[in-house]
Design a protein around this ligand. Structure first.
Ligand SMILES: Nc1ncnc2c1ncn2[C@@H]1O[C@H](COP(=O)(O)OP(=O)(O)OP(=O)(O)O)[C@@H](O)[C@H]1O
Ligand SMILES: [Mg+2]
Length: 260
């Protein structure tokens, strides 16, 4: 579904992504792991159109999407979440979801979707959709809570919810489990699996929690120093010499993350 071919992203002389090539197969939940600073977020940002690549190519279903801006990719059903949740804190959780289609797609799509229907109708439809999403994520009780006042984990869930307000085809999740307690992490995991199985979403998941990766992801891709080191099942990745070395090279903290 997505093919990344020899992608480079340089910041000055620093090669954050340094010739990465990989493929994301449709219908998979693909894991992207690697030690801190491996270039995972930068790779996401380039694919999702937030950053222009220095060189290389990204295609989606055979179509060149290299360097397309986020809103154009949004129209194609390519969505991403952020490593740091970016909710509108003074709006309620429901409102945070309701603004997604208009927020990202702009007036044109808005009009196409709703034609000449009255604004009240549009709002009712969005509200129903938002409530359905919150229900799906098992946080219906948070609908009227201000997004600034929910927990970090619940904000991550809301981030996932944003991708459900439109018809996503492929969703890039950047550390959706970071700082999230085990119970909530399981809820997030369940939602991802259901969206994958029931709605056909393809996911690419950056995560440091190997238990989470192991439960959800096949295949797993490991990056280090801007390059793809290996691809396989988590067990294969964990047994890969180059992968172990990459984690060891960045210190004990990262080695523990691999659980090797
Ligand atoms: N805008 C930028 N300008 C300069 N250097 C950057 C920029 N963005 C990222 N980098 C550097 O590029 C490297 C890769 O960063 P990136 O955030 O992609 O890593 P990561 O794999 O997502 O790490 P983590 O697991 O810690 O989130 C890091 O060394 C980072 O400092
Ligand atoms: Mg990152």
């Amino acid at each position: 579904m997505i093919v990344v071919d020899d992608l480079h992203k340089h910041f000055g002389g620093f090669h954050a992504v340094d010739g990465a090539s990989l493929e994301i197969a449709q219908g998979t939940i693909t894991g992207l792991i690697g030690p801190n600073g491996a270039g995972k977020t930068t790779l996401f940002n380039v694919i999702a159109g937030v950053l222009k690549p220095t060189s290389g190519r990204v295609t989606m279903a055979g179509e060149d999407i290299t360097g397309l801006p986020p809103h154009a990719l949004f129209h194609k059903g390519l969505l991403r979440t952020f490593q740091i949740a970016h909710e509108f804190s003074s709006m309620t959780c429901r409102e945070n979801l309701m603004i997604v289609p208009g927020d990202q797609a702009g007036e044109t799509l808005w009009n196409t979707w709703f034609g000449r229907k009255r604004i009240a109708d549009q709002e009712r439809a969005l509200r129903a959709k938002a409530d359905e999403v919150l229900e799906f994520l098992t946080v219906a009780h948070l609908a009227d809570h201000k997004a600034g006042q929910i927990s970090g984990g619940q904000k991550k869930l809301l981030e996932l919810g944003r991708t459900m307000m439109v018809d996503a085809r492929i969703v890039f999740l950047d550390e959706v489990g970071a700082g999230v307690n085990r119970t909530l992490l399981n809820t997030i995991g369940d939602a991802i699996i259901r969206l994958n199985q029931e709605r056909g979403y393809t996911f690419v998941v950056i995560e440091h929690d190997m238990e989470f990766i192991g439960r959800l992801c096949d295949p797993v891709i490991c990056m280090a120093e801007g390059k793809v080191l290996a691809q396989g099942t988590l067990d294969e990745i964990k047994a890969n010499e180059q992968v172990i070395e990459a984690y060891l090279g960045t210190g004990l903290k990262n080695k523990d993350k691999l659980g090797a």
